[in-house]
Ligand binder design. Structure first.
Ligand code: ATP
Length: 428
């Protein structure tokens, strides 16, 4: 019998845009006689009072007809019939995952006869940690927490606990997931769980993980706040060395990582979007201080794409040249700084800002990333043509020169820019 608790008051606090979607799916499911539950990280965060818009729902009974019904109501729905799962995308861009509770009950004839609840229980039992293995029933009983495995208690204790001894052996990515969650929530694995994780690592299980799987877990870790904590922890569990034998973590690497983390916290809003590859800056900062062989083997291990390898190679190889170019003691014109940095991938620049030991270089890269790279002329290409610049490459070239002029303070107002351009029409 699971622990049950009325948490409907917490559901009332879910933002309206999210709650209305949960309500809609619940109502449609209820109309079809299905039992509908919230599960996983959403429930964990609901109890913790942490915002989470990743709604995961499970229903007892087949989710596919429910997904089809939602689709027939005009919602965008993708269905994986084989797994009985699907994703509903709403017009406002939010999405909701819906799955059929796995009926492993039928595969294990000795299971207890409470078919339906057992199937939810089995669904939850497949999950990684007790705090992620709770459900909140929505229909027929709105807002009842269903906790079979002591997740509520673990949540109160700030503890991650696997549900059975073979959990990490079954899926070693759970070790990385655990470390990531520890870092994010400030939780800690229970002693037993930590012991199981360490012995799984020792037994070489991480080497069985495929490159893409390892890569996606690592990427998630580097996308979290405070990745240094997680990396340190992976080290403590022996997992870092098991994953990347040629890349021992160094004080310098961790220091670089910490700097990058500080930059994100302090300058986050001013930094230009670094895109999908931003996590490579963190990985690159760690690899930089290992030996080149270690860096290459890490890239192989993670099955990185050519493009990603290119970013990492650039991080590992180009800093020396840049330090010579922009690290001089005297003042540097902003246009010169931009000339040196404009063509460099921003993820690479960001990584270098964390790696370099020369404060001038760091300061200049950050100045470029937070301000200079965004400077552009007030006049547009169209304006230049109207002023008499011939159509074609001359427009781009003039815009670029005008930008440098702006960077060096030669122009300020729109009028200045116009005058500046008119004066140089003769150069063309
Ligand atoms: P996040 O906030 O990072 O998305 P989450 O806990 O919501 O964390 P998801 O990756 O969205 O994680 O997965 C949803 C749920 O699926 C988890 O809460 C967990 O119950 C379960 N889960 C995910 N990956 C695993 C795994 N490798 N092993 C067992 N259960 C897993």
């Amino acid at each position: 019998v699971p622990w049950e608790e009325d948490v409907s008051a917490l559901l009332d606090r879910v933002p309206q845009e999210v709650a209305s979607k949960i309500r809609l799916v619940t109502d449609v499911g209820e109309g079809m006689g299905l039992k509908v539950f919230l599960v996983g990280g959403f429930v964990r965060d609901l109890l913790l009072g942490r915002p989470n818009e990743d709604v995961d729902m499970v229903c007892e009974g087949d989710a596919v007809p429910l997904l089809e019904r939602l689709s027939s109501m005009g919602l965008q729905v993708s269905i994986h019939r084989r797994y009985g799962t699907g994703t509903v995308r709403f017009p406002d861009g939010r999405k909701l995952d819906l799955a059929t509770a796995r009926r492993e009950f039928y595969e294990y004839p000795v299971a207890q006869p409470k078919v339906q609840m057992d199937s939810l229980k089995h669904d939850l039992y497949r999950r990684d940690f007790s705090v992620n293995a709770m459900a909140v029933s929505l229909s027929p009983r709105w807002g009842m927490l269903v906790d079979y495995f002591g997740g509520r208690g673990d949540l109160n204790r700030g503890q991650l606990r696997v549900l059975h001894n073979l959990s990490f052996v079954e899926d070693p990515t759970r070790i990385l997931r655990g470390v990531r969650l520890e870092g994010r929530l400030g939780f800690r694995m229970s002693q037993d769980t930590e012991r199981l994780a360490a012995s799984c690592v020792k037994g070489g299980m991480l080497s069985l993980l495929s490159g893409p799987k390892l890569r996606s877990e690592l990427e998630l870790i580097f996308r979290e706040r405070n990745p240094i904590w997680a990396v340190d922890r992976l080290c403590g569990l022996g997992a870092w060395d098991a994953m990347f034998p040629g890349v021992p973590l160094s004080i310098d690497g961790l220091r670089a990582l910490r700097k990058l983390d500080v930059f994100v916290r302090r300058l986050g809003r001013d930094l230009p979007p670094l895109g999908e590859e931003s996590w490579l800056a963190f990985l690159g900062a760690l690899l930089y201080f290992g030996n080149p062989w270690g860096g290459r083997s890490a890239m192989d291990r993670l099955s990185l794409s050519q493009k990603e390898r290119g970013v990492l190679e650039a991080i590992l190889n180009g800093l020396g040249t840049l330090e010579t170019a922009i690290g001089g003691k005297g003042d540097i014109r902003w246009s010169s700084l931009c000339r040196a940095l404009d063509g460099v991938n921003r993820v690479v620049l960001f990584a270098w800002a964390g790696i370099t030991s020369r404060w001038r270089v760091r300061r200049r890269i950050l100045l470029y990333l937070t301000r200079l790279c965004k400077v552009s002329p007030m006049l547009s290409g169209r304006d230049l043509i109207d002023l008499g610049v011939p159509k074609g490459p001359a427009v781009g070239a003039m815009l670029s020169r005008l930008r440098f002029a702006r960077l060096d303070g030669e122009v300020d107002t729109l009028e200045d820019e116009r005058a500046w351009v008119l004066k140089r029409l003769g150069d063309l």
